[in-house]
Design a protein around this ligand. Structure first.
Ligand SMILES: [Zn+2]
Ligand SMILES: [Zn+2]
Length: 304
């Protein structure tokens, strides 16, 4: 299972209908959060995600992307959490975590490990990885790429039986890439196991101007979640504040040939004019939609 839950989809300021940035990902039961704007823990409660987060990835230190962390960790501590929590982010993450653990009079019941990342740093999580990608927001800022490793190819059961392999242990041997010998004849895994299949890839841009680095890393992604603070009518303002318009996000999605684009970090000025953002984006890239609060998106495995 690879599920994305949008907990906060608004621009810089919280509004009655959008919280500041936070994206929750559940991959096979492993929970992680990308950005944690204020109010994120209440959104987690609404979405019934539970609090068993392993890691938080911060894109940059603008308040709308991290102010939810102090309250969240105090609640976790209050709930008796003992497992360590990893907080990843650009330069200043260590200082931030030091401040966090000195804030107020409470004593944390668990350890927070701070990890500062730079463009290109990759965290290997076994069957998937998370890569930090430098973005363009005027301050140290990162996007993140969650990418699964290739999966073994499909096992051709009928073919194996036809070749005389008895059902059972030898099947898994072949599946694990080991040859087996049947009646003096060697059967190779390549005879019964298909081409390896791609894993899934999700990219989150964080706040950024459209940037080549993010575009390159988004190539063929199953899902790109991109800054879309403004519509094309306010492109000058996007340039000045180092954000993207929905059309620019769509152009990047098209260039990178992603399968699906979800626009987020939506400015409050579009709460009544959401169709403006969508119209601009659709003029360039068809498979696009606006992120909504508590929206859930499941990314299926593909067979090719
Ligand atoms: Zn922001
Ligand atoms: Zn920002």
């Amino acid at each position: 299972m690879l599920r994305v839950i949008f907990l906060g989809t608004g621009g810089t300021l919280p509004t009655p209908d959008r919280n500041p940035s936070a994206i929750f990902i559940n991959r096979e039961g492993e929970m992680m959060l990308f950005d944690c704007g204020e109010g994120t823990q209440r959104q987690m409660m609404r979405a019934k995600t539970g609090m068993k987060l392993g890691s938080i990835f911060i894109t940059h230190f603008h308040a709308d992307h991290f102010l939810g962390i102090p309250g969240l960790i105090q609640t976790m501590s209050f709930n008796g959490r003992e497992e360590p929590l990893d907080i990843y982010g650009p330069v200043w993450t260590r200082q931030f975590v030091n401040l966090l653990i000195q804030l107020g009079y409470y004593k944390l019941g668990f350890v927070i490990n701070a990890h500062e990342l730079e463009d290109g740093d990759t965290i290997d999580k076994g069957d998937y990885s998370i890569k930090a990608v430098g973005s363009d927001h005027g301050i140290p800022s990162l996007g993140y790429v969650l990418e699964e490793k290739k999966r073994v190819g499909r096992f051709n059961r009928e073919k194996a039986i036809e070749l005389g392999v008895p059902v059972g242990r030898l099947f898994s041997k072949l599946q694990n890439g080991e040859p087996v010998i049947i009646n003096g004849k060697t059967i190779l895994p390549s005879q019964v196991v298909g081409e390896s299949r791609p894993g899934r890839k999700i990219v989150y841009s964080g706040d950024t101007r459209p940037c080549k680095n993010i575009e390159k890393e988004s190539a063929g992604a199953d899902l790109l979640i991109h800054d879309s603070t403004l519509a094309e009518e306010l492109k000058d303002w996007a340039l000045e504040t180092k954000h993207s318009t929905s059309k620019e996000a769509a152009q990047l999605a098209k260039n990178a040939m992603v399968k699906q684009l979800i626009l987020t970090h939506i400015s409050s000025r579009y709460s009544e004019k959401r169709e403006l953002l969508i119209r601009d984006a659709k003029s360039v890239f068809e498979n696009v939609r606006l992120a909504e609060e508590l929206m859930e998106v499941e990314i299926p495995l593909s067979d090719t």
